[in-house]
Ligand binder design. Structure first.
Ligand code: TYM
Length: 337
């Protein structure tokens, strides 16, 4: 049996080590990853090369410190290194190398159309070219592992579609080389909005108090953010007419407990928002309490974390390097020796 017919389907995903991880990252990405571990062969990377595209985000805390923090948060969320390969993107050189090949086959117009590029380049005063070519690097992350599925929040769907298009274009130009990946978006929690402004996606780069529920925020800070979350001028829940703020709280609740939004809403129908918020504080705390405890243990044992990341990088290289070699050969690079 060939290697490809023997193995389980693969997933690859990653989080940028910029800003502080929040409940959106947890519900959109980490929780899915944790639950997929037995079904798939898993590769989860901390995408530090991507974080360089917005240097302001990483300057304050230091990129290396953030990289370790994110890796520890993967494990604290239940990613098990015995079942999943956890590694740091920049430690597997094939990512940067394949990114160059893919940059060369990505039409400029495709990159300029990306929503993330348009939003981030609008606000930044001097934008590095990496912000534009960012999706080619992300395509490299995915294609190197021949990932079948890419579990992400809704905001990343466009990038995965681009990775698919770039893979197809490379295959057309140079012959069949890459497998085409699919996005995998959870049914609830795929787009968590800011608690202070439910029209805006909860974001790592917004540090205003009350905006996000940080995975490492102390319980009193989490409680305050939820109790102050924007709802609407009504005082009781009417699900059929719920405002974006109320819908956001209900969907966070549903994603955490694994219920449907309708089931959660039915419990609070006709009751004051205070009840919903108080129970949501408990549900969030129920998930974050063990996560914080495990995180603290992991950070107290850097040897273990480094061993996991060393082994992860080695395993990742063993999968990525043959795929890179195939792509280089297809494109006619080097001398074939
Ligand atoms: P990043 O670091 O912005 O976010 C990490 C993951 O969290 C999800 N997410 C959310 N989900 C629900 N609600 C939100 N408010 C929310 N905010 C973020 C994201 O969808 C993502 O799944 N480009 C990627 C990182 C990346 C990547 C990859 C992902 C680089 N290479 C390869 C998958 C495969 C990013 O910036 O994610």
């Amino acid at each position: 049996m060939s290697e490809s017919s023997r193995r389980k389907p693969r997933v690859l995903s990653g989080v940028q080590p910029s800003g502080s991880l929040h409940i959106g990252n947890y519900l959109g990405a980490l929780l899915q990853w944790r639950d997929l571990q037995d079904t798939y062969e898993n590769f989860f990377c901390v995408v530090d090369l991507h974080a360089l595209t917005v240097p302001e985000n990483v300057k304050a805390a230091g990129l290396r410190e953030k990289t370790l923090e994110v890796a520890a948060l993967y494990l604290a969320s239940g990613i098990d290194p015995a079942r999943s390969t956890v590694f740091v993107q920049s430690e597997v050189a094939a990512h940067a190398e394949l990114a160059w090949l893919l940059t060369c086959v990505s039409p400029l117009g495709w990159l300029q159309r990306m929503t993330q590029f348009k939003t981030k380049s609008d606000v930044a005063s001097t934008v590095g070219a990496g912000l534009l070519t960012y999706p080619a690097l992300m395509a490299a992350d995915i294609l190197l592992y021949e990932a079948d599925q890419v579990p992400v929040g809704a905001d990343q769907k466009q990038h995965i579609e681009l990775a698919r298009d770039v893979a197809a274009r490379f295959n057309d130009m140079f012959g069949p080389t890459f497998k085409l990946p699919n996005p995998m978006i959870p049914p609830t929690g795929a787009r968590v909005m800011g608690l202070d402004n439910p029209e805006q996606k909860m974001s790592k780069s917004i540090s205003a108090p009350g905006h996000a529920i940080g995975l490492l925020d102390p319980p009193n800070v989490v409680k305050k953010a939820i109790m102050r979350a924007v709802t609407d001028t009504g005082s009781e829940l009417v699900w059929a007419e719920a405002s974006p703020g109320v819908k956001n709280l209900i969907s966070i609740f549903a994603a955490i407990t694994g219920e449907s939004a309708d089931a959660v809403a039915a419990r609070y129908e006709g009751r004051g928002y205070g009840y919903l918020k108080k129970d949501l504080v408990d549900a969030v705390e129920g998930a974050l309490l063990p996560l914080r405890a495990r995180y603290t243990e992991l950070r107290a044992d850097p040897t273990y974390l480094n061993e996991v990341l060393d082994a992860g990088a080695e395993r990742a290289r063993s999968v990525a390097e043959p795929v890179l070699a195939r792509a280089k050969a297809a494109a006619g690079l080097g001398r074939g020796r």
